[in-house]
Write a protein that binds this ligand. Structure first.
Ligand SMILES: Cc1cc2nc3c(=O)[nH]c(=O)nc-3n(C[C@H](O)[C@H](O)[C@H](O)COP(=O)(O)O)c2cc1C
Length: 512
């Protein structure tokens, strides 16, 4: 049967070649593909792993080819402007336009159905005001911090060198330098590519303690102190979890591990780098808060915070209670949503774990307020924030400032090919293959990153102006959503502060 299809396929190609030759002798070259095709067909027919290829040694290859390029086919031939996930085509387009400082207006009216469930809008005012984008900064650092940092309200979220290419990291940091915003290193540690351009850094410390680890993988206070002194490092973030794979350590697939990464991280070549799911330095809420203080002291008083995606609200409440008991307050908390991105994650973790962004952010904000802690702690958040409106919504739900990961990747030229876990990213962003990274020119892309930042802030400032508010005046009442029933509610009604999920746990025994 197998050989039957193989012979038929080769005959079919031969027939095409014969027909071509009969039209003109110049079509002789049509025989050339027969040679590699026959070789590949033989390999396919006698391999044992893929049934389709054993049964259809030549035609079967088409199936794998189309499967490989399916995201591109979908993007170029199937998608409407409002289709595409995780980012619809119109959202991707606006990032590209703002990154290139091209025309970013839309003609003829909205393509969104404003009467469909989920449609959202902000409440404008007849008393519009002017908001200066340059004023959109927030100081992070409470009374226990010696070196507060003035942060832009729009920044680059954590993505490690290794997960992204050296060129991508250099471009992101270069963009941060031009635009005056910060660049979070991701849990892979600080590399020369982060430091060379000179942009502000937030050093993220994950469970692998890359850059501050002993040979047995535990945290090294001495190495941390030496690195944290670097003047480009403005803040330090302890990573507890991220939305795309909460309670799973970082994953760097073996295909992306280069010699340089082996040296920077102190890991082994040719193996997936998988960090543990939890920290070895602490095992409960008080341990975490003491670690915050330890890092604050070792870093000479730089702002210290932690990042998490909310799972069990009782655990977050326990952390807040530990802050009060110990009288130690982190300078910031970064709240990531379950819809967050990642270089690589197990499907179950990405699809079915973690609190979605709006609920998680609301829970953190409300808990901090209920417990009288908000005055000490700034809230940073991330979750598909790529436009002025999504920034507006984040602030309405209680964030002080936001991070963007995939928005910044799009600004670098990412085409949402979704191959970050394979080392085959065609845009040279999420790969360490030199044949692909050569396409990403740092001099050009760092300007695009800075443009995307600047133009998005400009759009956000205009939107705030139209609503007649400044950042501190944005409330949940400013954003409306049409519900499944057709009813229109504002975010204060959808995410109420009066009956927060957290309140149930305020008096409960410690959960962490
Ligand atoms: C390629 C890639 C690598 C990431 N690496 C990290 C990481 O090292 N540490 C971390 O806390 N989050 C990491 N994230 C998550 C982002 O920092 C961010 O929290 C999440 O993607 C949500 O933001 P977004 O919707 O703007 O992408 C990564 C995301 C992507 C897409």
């Amino acid at each position: 049967m197998r050989s039957h299809f193989f012979v038929v396929s080769v005959l079919a190609v031969g027939l095409v070649a014969l027909l071509g030759e009969s039209v003109s002798p110049a079509f002789y070259w049509l025989y050339v593909p027969l040679i590699p095709l026959i070789v590949m067909g033989c390999q396919n027919a006698f391999q044992t792993k893929r049934a389709i290829l054993r049964n259809y040694p030549i035609l079967g290859m088409l199936r794998y080819f189309f499967e490989e390029i399916r995201p591109e086919i979908q993007q170029y031939f199937v998608e409407n402007d409002t289709d595409g996930a995780p980012f619809s085509r119109d959202l991707r387009s606006v990032v590209y336009q703002r990154a290139k400082k091209q025309l970013d207006t839309v003609p003829f009216g909205t393509q969104r159905d404003l009467y469909a469930a989920g449609a959202e809008w902000a409440q404008h005012s007849l008393r519009s005001v002017h908001v200066d984008p340059a004023s959109l900064r927030v100081t992070i650092g409470n009374h226990q911090c010696l070196k507060p940092y003035s942060a832009s309200i729009f920044n680059i979220s954590a993505m490690s060198y290794g997960s992204l290419s050296a060129q991508a990291i250099q471009s992101l940091n270069g963009g941060a330098k031009i635009g005056g915003f910060y660049h979070n290193t991701g849990e892979g540690g600080v590399s020369p590519h982060h430091l060379e351009p000179g942009g502000d850094l937030v050093w993220q410390i994950g469970t692998g303690y890359f850059g501050c680890r002993n040979s047995d993988g535990t945290f090294s206070p001495e190495k941390f102190k030496a690195r944290a002194e670097h003047p480009h490092i403005k803040m330090i973030e302890i990573k507890l979890s991220q939305g795309a794979k909460p309670s799973h350590g970082g994953i760097l697939p073996a295909a992306k591990v280069t010699k340089e990464i082996v040296e920077i991280r102190g890991v082994v070549m040719g193996k997936d780098v998988i960090s543990p799911p939890t920290h070895s330095r602490f095992s409960d809420a008080e341990g975490l808060i003491r670690f915050v203080q330890e890092l604050r002291t070792l870093s000479g008083g730089k702002p210290i915070g932690f990042k998490l995606c909310i799972g069990n609200p009782a655990e977050f409440v326990s952390i807040c209670r530990a802050m009060k008991r110990l009288d130690i307050y982190p300078d910031f908390i970064t709240v990531d949503g379950a819809e967050g991105g990642t270089g690589a994650a197990p499907l179950e973790f990405t699809n079915s774990l973690g609190m979605p962004w709006a609920e998680g952010l609301t829970l953190v904000r409300v808990t901090l307020e209920l417990m009288g802690l908000k005055k000490h702690i700034k809230i940073i958040t991330s979750g598909k924030i790529v436009t002025g409106f999504s920034l507006f919504k984040a602030l309405a739900l209680g964030a002080d400032t936001v991070n963007s990961a995939r928005g910044m990747m799009l600004a670098l030229g990412c085409i949402q090919a979704r191959r970050c876990n394979t080392n085959h990213c065609p845009a040279g962003v999420a790969t360490n293959n030199p044949r692909l990274t050569v396409g990403l020119v740092v001099e050009d892309k760092r300007v695009r990153v800075a443009n995307f930042h600047g133009q998005t802030l400009k759009a956000f400032a205009e939107l705030m102006g139209a609503c007649g508010v400044s950042t501190s005046g944005i409330t949940r009442g400013h954003v409306f959503r049409r519900m499944e029933s057709g009813q229109v509610l504002n975010l204060a009604e959808i995410y109420p502060t009066t009956e927060p999920r957290a309140a149930r746990f305020l008096e409960a025994p410690s959960a962490f």
